[in-house]
Ligand binder design. Structure first.
Ligand SMILES: [Fe+2]
Length: 230
């Protein structure tokens, strides 16, 4: 009886260990492959979280791989800017105002911009700059203005916005915490995208402050936050 019990435990134990190791090795290999493909190894620690839906996630015991080609392309265009922003970012990169939030804002912003004909370049830069100069995760009323100064210093070096695009970016960043609504599709798209990510702090986005195109994404943003939790 004793040897039979040992034998049964042995048979069950080996496949479980093998599955665990295979999953672990696959996880490492695919993370590195994803980083290489996106040419974002400079920020490898955050890369699996930057593109919602994430490139690679472990949900419960399952390994889930999801790719979003549009956002990969967007991120490739942002490589140098993102590296520059992260050089001086004072907060936790896994915090609620960090790169994972920027990635989701970019994702939502690109979808809304496509539907509304907003300026994707401005929306993309808003996503990655608007919270980049926060000094805390709570009350920091001047962080939008500091982001404007930062954007001014980058224009002409890291990107080339026209005067009007800079006006839109500055306005969107300076006022993004104010609960305003804009008739300018590009500025409103920036605010829409940021507000859709309120799910990350357990708040439901209010359609009264969103365009109808953004309101249609409230459920999508909720699902993204469930699988891409900060
Ligand atoms: Fe934000």
């Amino acid at each position: 009886m004793r040897s039979l019990r040992l034998s049964k435990r042995g048979i069950g134990f080996i496949p479980k260990t093998l599955i665990t190791w295979i999953t672990f090795v696959l996880l490492i290999w695919m993370t590195q492959k994803a980083s290489r493909n996106m040419n974002l190894s400079v920020i490898r620690g955050a890369v699996v979280h930057l593109t919602p839906p994430s490139l690679l996630m472990v949900v419960g015991r399952r390994l889930v791989v999801i790719t979003d080609i549009d956002n990969e392309l967007v991120l490739l265009g942002m490589k140098h800017i993102l590296k520059k922003v992260l050089e001086d970012f004072p907060l936790d990169v896994h915090g609620v105002h960090g790169p994972k939030h920027w990635g989701r804002v970019c994702n939502y912003g690109m979808r809304i911009a496509e539907a509304r004909g907003a300026d994707k370049e401005v929306v993309k830069l808003f996503a990655f700059l608007h919270d980049s100069k926060r000094v805390n995760e709570h009350k920091d009323p001047n962080h939008g203005n500091r982001a404007c100064q930062f954007a001014e210093s980058l224009n002409g070096i890291y990107f080339d916005l026209t005067d009007y695009q800079m006006y839109q970016l500055r306005y969107a960043m300076a006022k993004h915490s104010g609960g305003l609504i804009s008739s300018d599709p590009t500025i409103q798209t920036c605010w829409d995208a940021d507000r859709l990510d309120l799910w990350r702090v357990y708040k439901e986005p209010n359609p009264l402050f969103l365009s109808k195109e953004a309101s249609a994404l409230i459920g999508y943003a909720r699902r993204i936050n469930l699988i891409d939790a900060h």
